[in-house]
Design a protein around this ligand. Sequence first.
Ligand SMILES: [Zn+2]
Length: 157
Amino acid sequence: MTEADTATRLRTIACPACHTVTPVPAGTDARALSCPACGGPLFTGKPMTLTAESFTAHTSESDLPLVIDFWADWCGPCKTMAPVFEALAAEFEPHVRFAKVDTDKERELADYFRISSIPTLSFIANRHEVARAAGAMFAGDLRRWLYDALSRAGEAK
Ligand SMILES: [Zn+2]
């Protein structure tokens, strides 16, 4: 790859609201950008809700690493971890997209990932799951897990 290629390299990011995939120049701070399709921000500082319909846009079509929190409303440890997950979303954007999958509503996705207990976290980069963790984590452990997953994905900043 030449220097010119690097300078003009685009990465694709899927909108958290309408899931349109947008090319973004590699050096741009994507937190400042809006989605050209719906006008909403590309990053909100909060986890997005992922469904079977939006799954492909955020895994196969987006270049952004994705961390999914599989949860359900009746799960106490899931609720304990929710504010931690949300706080780290703001910290790790725009390098990682944070998403939540309600396993009661999205049984297809839960089955696809063979989720047997919740909360379970799955970190996806370059269309592959590079890390998985079951059970609630505190902020320090979750941050370390995310940095480890990022370095495995070759995306560490
Ligand atoms: Zn949009």
